[in-house]
Design a protein around this ligand. Structure first.
Ligand code: NAD
Ligand code: TYD
Length: 347
């Protein structure tokens, strides 16, 4: 089985690659990643020279490069994680979100049509459903909830989902879509809530909470998301959407307080700052479809997952400190240079 994983140098994509290598060691995985600010090649270093793994630096919007890769590798499966993923950045500058998240999805699916594929899987988000009111805890997103987006990020992801469904209806491309709630865990880029708060707290810096911190997110440990995608790839029905979430709703402020407590840092670091524009109030997934059809349930509770995550950030300070210093962005160049150097010394 040949699988192209796009965006595999980012948070969820890298966790997915590690999960699949353990679960299906015979599968060949080809990671296609542009290495934007959010892609960190050092994450993949432990498997870089393994058999059955190949890293390719490239842009999913680049038709020529995508075509060349498909003609070389003839993938059986494509899992598309590659995206611009940060809501705040999409509010500042939407354009790149339209390019990567929408056009990139079309370019990948066109290559799938041209070369033939067993499955194209689109990694989407619960944010395509918009938000739910804070005073209606009885409401959840199901796969039938209308798309109703708030940010340029979520609008671009929803547009991609519609495009994926159109390729299924029009060209019978064998697609599936998953819409997951907020993930947390190792290798999460420290601009997102949980890793940002851990890194700032460890550096005794202010913890910026938007608005009153009352907004609710439904948090899932990243490995449980990876397990769900693996199940959808193997047992999911073509043309279907699967929501993924573990019924773990938390207010932002409560998460930040838990992080302070675990790290022994004072809550006086918490600083309320002006709210995000168009800030979604509450996300909450109804995961009954993936549970009843595919038997998926999360393995990791929030208390266990947040503890493991904080431990990971304590034990991997170098990983996030090089990101904060910006040094990680030179890693690819350094790696290429060291390879060139190694090749020369071989001659
Ligand atoms: P991330 O920002 O950590 O990683 C994105 C990766 O995509 C990076 O490695 C980046 O270099 C790569 N990339 C960006 N543009 C590219 C391009 N044009 N061509 C090739 N590679 C490119 O994101 P993440 O949090 O790992 O999210 C992965 C996917 O999961 C996204 O599609 C996101 O919408 C979705 N998702 C994320 C969450 C979450 O909580 N993080 C929840 C649900 C769904
Ligand atoms: P984020 O991690 O950006 O994920 P998303 O917006 O995709 O849900 O933010 C999670 C929540 O935390 C969201 O309600 C915004 C809030 N937030 C803060 O309060 N402070 C911060 O510094 C960040 C990055 C987010």
């Amino acid at each position: 089985m040949n699988i192209i994983v796009t965006g595999g140098a980012g948070f969820i994509g890298s966790n997915f690659i590690f999960y699949m290598r353990k679960k299906h060691p015979s599968y060949r995985i080809i990671c296609l990643d542009k290495l934007t600010y959010a892609g960190n090649l050092s994450t993949l270093q432990p498997i870089m020279n393994q058999q059955n793994f190949r890293f390719v630096k490239g842009d999913i919007c680049d038709r020529g490069a995508v075509d060349a890769l498909f003609s070389e590798e003839h993938p059986d499966i494509v899992v598309n994680f590659a995206a611009e993923s940060h809501v705040d950045r999409s509010i500042e500058n939407p354009e790149i979100f339209l390019d990567t998240n929408i056009k990139g999805t079309a370019v990948l699916m066109d290559a799938c049509r041209k070369y033939g594929i067993q499955r194209y899987h689109q990694v989407s988000t619960d944010e395509v459903y918009g938000d739910l009111p804070l005073d209606r805890p009885d409401l959840f997103f199901t796969e039938k909830t209308p798309l109703h987006t708030s940010s340029p990020y979520s609008a671009s992801k929803a547009a991609a989902d519609l495009l994926v469904q159109s390729y299924y209806r029009t060209y019978r491309l064998p697609v599936t879509i998953s819409r997951c709630s907020n993930n947390y865990g190792p290798y999460h880029f420290p601009e997102k809530l949980i890793p940002l708060m851990i890194a700032n707290a460890l550096n005794d810096k202010p913890l910026p909470v938007y608005g009153k911190g009352e907004n609710v997110r439904d948090w899932l440990y990243v490995e449980d998301h990876c397990k769900a995608i693996d199940l959808i790839l193997h047992n999911g029905r073509v043309g279907e959407v699967y929501n993924i979430g573990g019924h773990n709703e938390m207010k932002n402020i409560d998460i930040v307080k838990i992080i302070c407590k675990e790290l022994g840092k004072p809550e006086s670091l918490i600083t309320f700052v002006s709210d995000r524009k168009g800030h979604d109030l509450r996300y909450a997934i109804d995961p009954s479809k993936i549970h009843s059809e595919l038997g998926w349930l999360p393995d990791t509770s929030f208390s266990e997952g947040i503890h493991k995550t904080i431990q990971w950030y304590l034990e991997h300070r170098e990983w996030w400190e090089t990101i904060i210093s910006g040094e990680y962005q030179t890693y690819y160049e350094k790696m290429v240079e060291s390879r060139l150097y190694a090749d020369k010394s071989l001659k």
